[in-house]
Ligand binder design. Structure first.
Ligand SMILES: [Zn+2]
Length: 264
């Protein structure tokens, strides 16, 4: 997210002021949220969570429904001694984590696969989830949200995350998930390299986004078991519903946080 986008959002946010929603990242109270996403038929057909056109973004800090759910989880689970790696960090969450790391004393590292034409803050170092530049057993937490659906070699990414996690460590892998279909893989091994042969149009039709290489589904926990992780799904939104059943964080309904623990 470019600083100019944040500045523009801050500047225009008074237009959204109200009391229907309250962002847990910046504290802004709004009458309505900004919109995001695209509507493709597959999103409804495959009941994909955390996808589709919707009003979900905080008018001031531009946090998404996913960012606010992640923050709800992190602020309840991070401890002062933690070592944390955040891959492709969500900007509003990363800013909050950097601030909190100073007061709480945990170590917070951000990496992303730097791509020409995109903006990255200088504290986001260049890095690749399939070849992590960190020693074995370093981290208590690895956060890699909306990353695994973009990585051709899923197995290698999970091997690397497992390698850098402490035996007691955990990984957060939020991804778009179909509630009705099993996982559909878009990559195959060609001459020893994992490659996706689908066109952008085919990816949109099958997975709901032009740069997604697979769509995780109802068998996600079994798939992860075959790759060395036990998966549980945490649901946090019940914590935030008020007595009138109103959801001030506007979280995506039924979305859960996949928490992966390395198998011994
Ligand atoms: Zn906000």
């Amino acid at each position: 997210m470019h600083p100019l986008q944040i500045l523009m959002a801050k500047w225009s946010s008074p237009l959204f002021q109200g009391h229907n929603y309250k962002c847990n990242l910046c504290g802004f109270e709004s009458k309505k949220l900004r919109s995001r996403g695209h509507d493709h038929p597959v999103i409804k057909i495959k009941q994909i969570l955390s996808a589709g056109k919707r009003r979900s973004d905080c008018p001031r800090c531009l946090s998404s429904d996913r960012d606010r759910r992640l923050w709800l989880f992190l602020e309840n689970n991070i401890t002062p001694q933690s070592q944390i790696l955040h891959v492709a960090p969500e900007y509003p969450v990363a800013l909050k984590m950097r601030k909190l790391s100073e007061s709480m004393g945990f170590q917070y590292h951000c990496i992303d696969k730097r791509t020409p034409g995109y903006y990255y803050p200088k504290w986001v170092l260049n890095g690749d989830i399939t070849s992590l530049n960190f020693p074995d057993g370093m981290f208590d937490w690895v956060i890699a949200n909306h990353v695994l659906e973009h990585v051709p070699d899923l197995k290698n990414a999970l091997i690397e995350v497992k390698r850098v996690l402490k035996p007691s460590g955990k990984a957060i892998f939020m991804v778009p998930i179909s509630q009705s279909h099993p996982t559909q893989e878009g990559c195959e091994l060609v001459n020893g390299e994992w490659t996706c042969q689908l066109t952008k149009k085919e990816k949109i039709e099958k997975f709901g986004q032009h740069d997604h290489l697979r769509l995780f589904g109802t068998d996600m926990d079994q798939l992860f078991k075959t790759m060395g992780f036990d998966l549980i799904f945490e649901q946090y939104e019940s914590l935030t519903i008020d007595k009138n059943q109103h959801q001030p964080l506007a979280l995506f309904p039924n979305e859960r946080i996949p928490i992966a623990t390395p198998q011994k």
